[in-house]
Design a protein around this ligand. Structure first.
Ligand SMILES: Cc1cc2nc3c(=O)[nH]c(=O)nc-3n(C[C@H](O)[C@H](O)[C@H](O)COP(=O)(O)OP(=O)(O)OC[C@H]3O[C@@H](n4cnc5c(N)ncnc54)[C@H](O)[C@@H]3O)c2cc1C
Length: 319
């Protein structure tokens, strides 16, 4: 049985997951850019048993599997994603306090599907400090771990204590922070699905934490174009250059292809001004890379993950 011989496969999914399995499902409503084609099968597992079931069925039929969060760092190509796309949007949403044996410290076990702003709000209300660095960063905790998302104030790898994930090669795994490597917008959690992350926070004061969060959000709003869909920074910064500044110096601010535009406010943001296609955005990415390489000899590295097309069996492609 293959995805081309799909009616039996679809019945199996429907029987197991009901309306939490969708076929030829548009992905644009599930990603920040609001562009991109459909997934052959989009599933919303409720628990680890269902994850395992999906994986077994996928493996026995050689169907590729891809994980998405809320797509705030994803560009799904117009051809869509072949195979199974797994979203944690309907489960893996719990935030749980685990008793810590270290004075002043709190351990928080957070589902991979929890939204970062939800966790931050929860921490503010509880008076737990340590997550302020994530102020204004959208997306799920799972996506945040995969990307080692962060700001100049810190990143998720800094506060991680333990991680549970499903490795598509070897199955369920639970590792301590010291057994995992994180670097700038990179984690070792590749070809895996983050089930939960345990973070170490400290007792603090709600009002002080809220003030710092508000300050960072304001600081970001002054610099970032937040009125149109984007994936935040398109390219990673180098140790000795700011990608945004190079793009600006190359005279590319405001350049449009179809409905996509290089922001006039922050050149490292590519915006969907209303009717962009993934191809429009990819064309701008290519133009930027060529022009910056020609003018400054710098090869920019995409921070945004490009998913889909004919990448059978590949979880994600970074270009
Ligand atoms: C306005 C704006 C501002 C932003 N600012 C920042 C910023 O300051 N700092 C920053 O780091 N990022 C920033 N981003 C980018 C983005 O928010 C982060 O990378 C975020 O962590 C992505 O989370 P997500 O759930 O949306 O993941 P997605 O975009 O859905 O996925 C990103 C990658 O993570 C993988 N993934 C998603 N969920 C899981 C999971 N459960 N397990 C394993 N892999 C998974 C996907 O396969 C994909 O490869 C910004 C984006 C926007 C739109």
């Amino acid at each position: 049985m293959s995805i081309n011989n799909s009616s039996k496969l679809f019945s199996l999914f429907e029987e197991k997951l009901g309306d939490r399995a969708q076929f030829n499902a548009p992905l644009a409503p599930h990603v920040a850019y609001q562009v991109g084609g459909p997934a052959d099968i989009l599933v919303f597992p409720n628990n680890e048993e269902e994850l395992n079931w999906i994986d077994t069925l996928a493996k026995s039929n050689q169907i590729p599997q891809t994980v998405i969060g809320t797509g705030t760092n994803l560009l799904v190509v117009d051809e869509g994603i072949r195979g199974i796309v797994i979203s944690l949007a309907k489960a893996f949403q719990t935030i749980e306090e685990i008793p810590s044996n270290e004075p002043g410290k709190v351990w928080i076990k957070c589902g991979g599907g929890v939204l970062k702003p939800t966790l931050l709000k929860w921490a503010i209300e509880k008076g737990y400090t340590g997550l302020e660095f994530s102020s204004g960063v959208p997306g799920t905790i799972g996506g945040g771990i995969y990307m080692n998302a962060g700001t100049k104030y810190g990143c998720y790898g800094d506060i991680l204590k333990e991680l549970r994930f499903f490795d598509f090669n070897t199955g369920f795994k639970q590792l301590k922070r010291q057994d995992l490597h994180f670097s700038y917008r990179e984690s070792e959690v590749r070809n895996s699905l983050v089930i939960w992350a345990m973070f170490e926070l400290q007792h603090g004061d709600s009002a002080t934490i809220r003030k710092e969060v508000d300050r960072i959000i304001l600081e970001r709003a002054e610099k970032q174009p937040l009125d149109f869909p984007s994936c935040g920074s398109t390219f990673k910064n180098g140790s000795d250059y700011s990608s945004g500044r190079l793009i600006e110096k190359a005279g590319l601010k405001g350049l449009c292809v179809g409905g996509a535009e290089i922001s006039t406010k922050h050149a490292n943001f590519i915006l969907n001004k209303g009717n962009a296609t993934a191809k429009d955005i990819l064309t701008l990415i290519d133009i930027i890379k060529v022009r910056v390489r020609e003018q400054f000899g710098v090869t920019l590295e995409c921070e945004v993950c490009v998913l889909g097309g004919q990448l059978e069996g590949t979880k994600s492609q970074k270009n």
